[in-house]
Ligand binder design. Structure first.
Ligand SMILES: [Zn+2]
Length: 553
């Protein structure tokens, strides 16, 4: 008998077996009970959080002949049909079928009635991988969906899906799964498999999987296949290239005293023993986050952990926040890089430089960085000093740079009313911004605005572009103030948004394509998203680390 992976074996087949995602499951079940089923859904969220599993269950549940409170009955012909015999539930992996032909085929087939079921369901996995023409073909179907068809578009990269598609779908956000829920699931699988593992190993697997249940189960699978009598935590460490906390604390200490040689030595050791650098980066971010918490709270952590953090408590908090920002940039770079080690070195050197005050005594530092950057020219210079002021909490109109939905809506709205005459009028007056440079409160905003290009102008919305990523981010973090400044000049309130030149090139292509294909941009109301006011510390940390990381423990 061939081996079935634990992940496939324990994949949930009904809503009641799904781990986490309670909100999503509840809404979907209710929609079935109340017979308010949509024709297009977007399931967006991190990998391994149940998007495809829930899509498959939903596809069965809408068709189940004996539906129980919106969940599958598990007994009828629909529920018992194996995946290979399915005709009316079609799964497509956009990562391997990103062509327009495949989507056209779906379009033609979608018109036909389901062979057996009430609904024909198309699940398109990794939908962001579709080509622009494929998206346009899909859009045609989404505009007038046959009543018997449901599309479920799953994605880990929501920001890559055209707004024209998004606006026609109901969106569900999938959250990372809580560590304690992952532990419960792993324990259940072990029990079913008649296997045993130390609880500290189970806990470790759950934590290291960072909210991805699939990753956790796959790691459990690997660990069990070590086929050892007594599996130890060390076995698991070497399996995944894990680095122990103490070693990472030592590395941090070397960085914070500004010791270049020792910092590089640690990194050499890690790469020589095949340690996992992405993991190391995540861990450094975690510890730096904990240092910030430790410096601002009492008795938040265990005594032994606080003892470790304590040696960093004298470091200036602004410096620590800078460190966290460098590390977050590093994390992004690592995902794209083919030579992780050199990227890692460059970023860690940047941190060391923050703490290395005796520049005249170490003339080599700059040259080391220059030398390394010369080898890796595609790394974008991101000066820490340029980092925008984070004042998100005071300005509800400002958006966080990861707030893709508002960004998409504003871009869409600018396009929906795009008008050349309005643009000319707007640009004509743009130079007046210079008048505000001398006014202290507007100096930095005016300077920033002057670096931008107003690209799309409508009656209510303006889309600005910037050459540099960091300027676009800075702009989006200060939207409310910039809107105020524009109001002074133009005597009216615009909803504004900034993107990079690179993003603009893609958007322009998409726009031209849509116009050619007669796809219209319709104005979308911005929903007022009111965030619960947290303590100031919490908000500060969210702006540095993102909501996900803070909520986790
Ligand atoms: Zn059934």
């Amino acid at each position: 008998m061939s081996y079935i992976s634990l992940y496939r074996k324990y994949r949930p087949h009904k809503f009641s077996d799904v781990v986490g995602q309670e909100v999503v499951v509840k809404i979907l079940q209710n929609s079935i009970v109340e017979n308010k089923i949509g024709h297009a859904y977007i399931f967006s969220g991190p990998r391994g959080t149940g998007k495809t599993s829930i899509a498959k269950i939903f596809a069965k549940a809408v068709n189940c002949l004996n539906n129980k409170k919106g969940d599958v009955c598990g007994k009828c012909d629909v529920c018992n049909k194996g995946q290979t015999e399915e005709i009316d539930i079609v799964e497509i992996d956009a990562a391997s079928n990103n062509g327009v032909d495949e989507i056209r085929e779906i379009r033609n087939n979608a018109k036909l009635l389901p062979s057996l079921y009430k609904y024909k369901v198309y699940i398109i996995d990794e939908v962001h991988m579709l080509s622009t023409s494929a998206f346009n073909a899909l859009l045609k179907t989404l505009e007038e969906p046959p009543s018997h068809v449901i599309f479920i578009l799953a994605t880990t990269e929501f920001n890559k899906i055209p707004i024209t598609v998004v606006s026609r779908c109901q969106k569900f956000d999938f959250k990372k799964i809580k560590t304690k829920d992952i532990i419960k699931r792993l324990e259940l699988i072990l029990k079913e498999e008649n296997k045993e593992l130390d609880s500290n190993i189970i806990e470790f697997i759950a934590k290291v999987s960072d909210g991805g249940l699939r990753d956790a189960i796959n790691l459990l699978d690997q660990v069990l296949s070590l086929n050892k009598e007594q599996i130890t935590l060390e076995d698991v460490y070497s399996l995944i290239g894990y680095i122990e906390d103490d070693s990472i604390f030592d590395l941090l200490e070397q960085m914070f005293v500004g010791n270049i040689t020792n910092t590089l030595k640690y990194l050499d050791e890690y790469t020589q023993s095949n340690k996992n650098l992405s993991f190391l980066c995540g861990k450094l971010i975690d510890i730096v986050k904990d240092i910030i918490i430790y410096c601002n709270t009492n008795n938040y952590f265990s005594k032994s952990y606080e003892d470790k953090l304590n040696k960093f408590s004298t470091i200036d908090i602004d410096q620590i926040i800078k460190v966290s920002e460098i590390l977050l940039n590093l994390q992004n770079e690592l995902r794209r890089s083919s030579n992780q080690k050199i990227v890692f070195e460059i970023y860690l050197l940047r941190i060391v430089l923050l703490f290395n005050k005796k520049e005249e005594e170490s003339p080599k530092i700059e040259s080391i960085i220059e030398e390394k950057e010369a080898k890796k020219p595609e790394i974008i210079e991101k000066k820490v000093e340029d980092t925008p002021k984070k004042e998100v909490e005071n300005n509800p109109d400002n958006i966080e740079k990861n707030d893709d939905e508002i960004k998409k809506i504003r871009i869409n709205n600018a396009f929906s009313g795009a008008n050349k005459e309005l643009k000319t009028k707007f640009v004509d007056k743009f130079d007046s911004i210079n008048d505000y440079i001398s006014q202290k409160e507007y100096t930095s905003l005016a300077n920033l605005l002057l670096k931008s290009t107003p690209e799309v102008v409508s009656d209510k919305n303006i889309l600005f572009t910037f050459k540099k990523d960091i300027d676009a981010n800075l702009f989006n973090l200060n939207i409310e103030e910039i809107q105020k400044l524009l109001k002074l000049i133009y005597k009216k309130k615009y909803s504004i948004i900034a993107i990079t030149d690179e993003e603009w090139q893609d958007l322009k292509k998409e726009y031209i394509n849509n116009i050619k294909n007669d796809v219209k941009y319709e104005y979308i109301e911005e929903k007022v998203v009111k965030k619960a006011k947290n303590t100031e510390l919490q908000m500060n940390m969210e702006s540095v680390f993102g909501e996900e990381l803070i909520k986790e423990e």
